[in-house]
Design a protein around this ligand. Sequence first.
Ligand code: CO
Length: 286
Amino acid sequence: MQKQTRQLSTIISGQNTSDGAGVKLKRIISPSPKNSFDPFILLDEFGSNEPTDYIGGFPDHPHRGFETVTYMLAGAMTHRDHLGNEGHLRAGDVQWMTAGRGVIHSEMPEQENGLLHGFQLWLNLPAQEKMKPPHYQDIAAVDIPKVELDNGGYLKVIAGDYLTESQTITGAVQGVTTQPLYLDIRLSPQQQLNIPVGVEHTAIIYVYQGELTISAEAKLLKTEQLGQLVEGDNIQLATQNQSAQFLVLAALPIKEPMVQAGPFVMNSVEEIEQAFQDYRSGVLTL
Ligand code: CO
């Protein structure tokens, strides 16, 4: 069957902001009632060579109603939650946390070899899964399937399946209702890559190094730009004289009302008020 190539419809640039205890970060997707990137709610890039930019970290805070996906490119992150779970993410590791009905946790970044760089994505849950028990998947870098591309390029399949002409690469995270595809890719100069995606899926690309051209029209996506790609079942990418490093995210939209307030993402204002009330009275996680 003839493939249809997705076209770049929207480009947005990250905004510098701070969150937690004064952690400087770039907010690429901000939660918004328009929910333009459904089911993706938020995408942050954090990274700095200055420890004072992030040393306060993200002290104890709650979440309800969605999933947080933390992916470290460099440096480390120590995670502790209300149940006493503790995890230490290092370069290349992923934590896929389903907050469900409630998690209270801290996330404390650390440099390694003077470096810190990573991403946190918020992925929405459908109404019927918002109150499910919390769940963690800690995935070590070595357990993330990696495809070697020409001239030092690579493609890591963090979640979902990546289909080539000849094989299917099964990603580390499976079984999420919105069928997320989460790829981290490096293309060397003068390369091309096609990525099949579901026709119904929301699809976005964030370039964190270099620049990419999108589709046969060769529209340019530059460093620190996020592009949304619409209509089709194939993403067509290429590099020109520069290499590029970028995330590809795709998932089925949930198409439900979304109300976000601080660390809670629910379907209605009443459910948000309930979450705050549960947190204040100490029953958020019960
Ligand atoms: Co958090």
